[in-house]
Design a protein around this ligand. Sequence first.
Ligand SMILES: [Zn+2]
Length: 128
Amino acid sequence: MKLKNNKFKKARGGYSRLLQISCRKCNSVICMYQKYGPGDLRRMYLDRIIDPQVLVARKDFTCQKDHLLGVKIIWEKENRPAFRLFVDSVNKKIVKFEDYEDIMLVKITEERLKTKEKLLTHKQVWGN
Ligand SMILES: [Zn+2]
């Protein structure tokens, strides 16, 4: 059973990239994002956002200079809060995970905890 589970996990989420997300209009850095699986970045799940430089508690997702990049949604398939990104609103730069591994693992853990708190706040505000 366990082996099967691991295999499934590997097939589904074994491939992840660390992306640095920045505003396409002004180039300001927004956050780091841990993306699983192939394909284009259309949504950013809140619990995969790392080291945000902007507010993620609001409905509007904007850069530091107030360019609107996307809006918050609840991704129905998984009932997870996410930002739906507008087309061509952000630049993505792949960061070598190895270079960041030590720092990022700590940060990811910290951010997950923080995001959990944010999600609780989010639930209170949005009633969902
Ligand atoms: Zn901007």
